[in-house]
Design a protein around this ligand. Structure first.
Ligand code: CP
Length: 319
């Protein structure tokens, strides 16, 4: 456990390649704890973690709560609909209030890109970005990197294909950064209306990233295929004729995966729209790592909480 403690995790590029590899390594240790019969260690006893989610979440929120509780932290979940933000309190004043009750770390999800950056500039408390608009979702990216590394043993030079709504996907943005830092080859595939312009032609800036319009060509020789949910809640209009049309061209099915490497693995950040971006057979089939991603998310978040809150003293991972 040698990560330099960070006060803020705003996006994955807060970490260097070496630090990301260290988190992957530390997550393996945390996975051993997660698999124990009694999964509880006293490491973060006396620390208080607050989750503050202004957008819905299943996986991210409960896995942070699970991670904090296994490490013996106290975890307070704020339901923003029932908080004073509903009475007009500003985001900054909400954070300053949480700071005043002596919380040690805030995990925030917010619909506005940049909200966690604003808070990092204007408050003292450590912050983890659990998703800000279409911008970034660094802990999802770290758990994806961990899952790939744990299954294949490396990330460098792998062929990773992301399919679908890249434009509005914070997971895609953080994964493009994380996979690039670790040296993967990235292919983006989907309707041109859902691919950011800078990725449509290969440029010096992104020389490890290719856009491929044909799904069959995109998955050719793929090690990992990652379909993304269409973020209907973020789209204004006009990006797609309709979802049936989308699934006819871009849905990841067993037939499409015949064009990939026989060893290809499937990741999906969730929540899934089965039958739209991924078939049920693929989602729950032998190539799918989707359930494993969720389990890995707890171990990765344990490693992060440990690294961010445990800087003052050397503590034990013993029960
Ligand atoms: N992957 C992800 O962020 O899922 P939730 O929205 O359920 O947290």
């Amino acid at each position: 456990m040698k990560i330099n403690p960070k006060k803020y995790l705003l996006d994955i590029d807060c970490y260097s390649k070496e630090e990301i590899l260290q988190i992957i390594n530390d997550s393996k240790i945390m996975m051993e704890i997660l698999n124990r019969k009694v999964k509880k260690i006293p490491t973060l006893r006396g620390k208080t973690i607050v989750t503050l989610f202004y957008e819905p979440s299943t996986r991210t929120r409960i896995s942070f709560e699970q991670a904090g509780k296994i490490l013996n932290a106290d975890v307070i979940n704020i339901a923003t609909k029932e908080s004073s933000s509903n009475k007009g309190e500003s985001l900054l004043n909400t954070i300053l209030t949480i700071q005043s009750i002596k919380a040690d770390l805030i995990i925030i999800r917010h619909p506005h890109a940049g909200a966690p950056y604003f808070l990092a500039k204007n408050s003292e408390i450590p912050i983890i970005n659990a998703g800000d608009g279409s911008h970034a979702h660094p802990t999802q990216s770290l758990l994806d990197l961990y899952t790939i590394h744990n299954n294949i043993g490396q990330i460098e030079n792998l062929n990773i294909v992301m399919v679908g709504d890249i434009l509005y996907s914070r997971v895609a943005r953080s994964n493009i950064l994380g996979l690039s830092i670790l040296g993967a080859n990235i292919t983006l595939c989907g309707p041109k209306t859902l691919i950011p312009n800078e990725f449509l032609s290969k440029s010096q800036l992104f020389n490890n990233i290719t856009f491929e319009h044909s799904l069959k060509k995109a998955v050719n020789n793929a090690d990992i295929v990652m379909p993304l949910r269409i973020q209907l809640e973020r789209q204004s209009s006009g990006h797609l004729p309709n979802l049936e049309e989308y699934s006819k061209h871009w849905c990841i099915t067993n037939d499409i995966l015949k064009f990939a490497k026989p060893s290809v693995k499937i990741l999906h950040p969730g929540p899934m729209n089965e039958g739209i971006e991924i078939s049920s057979e693929v989602a729950h089939g032998s190539k799918s790592l989707i359930k494993e991603q969720v389990t890995n998310g707890v171990a990765v978040r344990m490693a992060l909480l440990y690294s961010m809150l445990n800087s003052e003293s050397k503590m034990s991972l013993e029960e």
